[in-house]
Design a protein around this ligand. Structure first.
Ligand SMILES: Nc1nc2c(ncn2[C@@H]2O[C@H](COP(=O)(O)OP(=O)(O)OP(=O)(O)O)[C@@H](O)[C@H]2O)c(=O)[nH]1
Ligand SMILES: [Mg+2]
Length: 235
């Protein structure tokens, strides 16, 4: 099975080496670091450590993930992982297991389990993610607790979803479109630690407001759209 790992980065020189070093080499086929204009040497470190670096000058978390997805070399499974060492790359098998066992098409790492360090997820992000998860349960019937960034999916499924969110909407688009299309989404508890280096999203006002708006808007929009028209079901 070919496993491609996609890591979006913007100035993560303090952490990227640790993230790459902890990826289980026997499972991972290729690592793509999708970097946006880092000025601290992140891409150089990544490429020295054997990652393929894709330069994506247009900012946006979702954009970086989409660029990585488009650039991956015929993967069977694609894994998304942040470059700040909040997630633990050696837990990747936890995300792959349900897909390998054919119990899931998409897996989501939940940061709200006991193994996460208390406070690693800022309180407003923990609350916002929980609220989003409750709304998703109510409107879509999917039982999840979090919208964590450490996640995996079958490559053919991700392609079929025609993902397009360039910024904060990335966090929910896979989940909403995936569940409406009838794919199996399974949540797996993962660890979560305080990030190394400076926050780009949750720790900023712009990131917090942007994420809250996009996530709420998309949860409502896809729900209304589905009620009106219905979404295509998987073949
Ligand atoms: N390529 C690219 N990567 C980005 C961009 N914005 C953020 N990232 C990366 O995306 C990942 C998630 O960003 P974080 O700053 O950790 O966001 P967060 O996890 O919500 O916030 P923290 O709680 O501070 O960790 C990190 O690896 C960032 O370097 C961007 O515009 N382009
Ligand atoms: Mg982070």
């Amino acid at each position: 099975m070919r496993v491609s790992v996609i890591i979006p980065t913007h100035n993560e020189a303090q952490s990227i080496a640790r993230v790459l070093a902890d990826l289980p080499a026997d499972i991972v086929t290729e690592v793509l670091v999708v970097d946006s204009n880092s000025t601290d040497g992140t891409p150089e470190i990544a490429s020295k450590m054997g990652a393929r670096v894709l330069h994506e000058p247009r900012r946006g978390y979702g954009r970086a993930c989409l660029t990585g997805l488009a650039g991956a070399s015929s993967p069977d499974v694609v894994v998304f992982l942040d470059g700040d060492y909040s997630d633990r790359p050696d837990e990747l098998p936890l995300l792959l297991a349900p897909i390998i066992d054919d119990r899931a098409d998409i897996t989501l790492g939940s940061r709200l389990g006991k193994q996460s360090v208390h406070g690693a997820l800022p309180w407003h992000a923990a609350l916002g993610n929980r609220l989003a998860a409750v709304l998703i349960r109510l409107l879509y019937g999917l039982r999840i607790s979090d919208l964590g960034p450490f996640r995996a999916g079958r490559a053919d499924v991700l392609r079929q979803l025609e993902l397009q969110e360039n910024t904060y909407g990335w966090a929910v688009e896979i989940i909403l479109k995936g569940t409406l299309a009838g794919f199996r989404i399974v949540e797996v508890p993962v660890s979560y630690y305080p990030r190394i280096g400076k926050s780009k999203i949750s720790g900023t006002l712009r990131g917090t407001v942007g994420a809250a708006w996009f996530i709420l808007f998309l949860i409502l929009r896809y729900s209304f759209r589905d009620r009106r028209a219905g979404m295509p079901r998987p073949a």
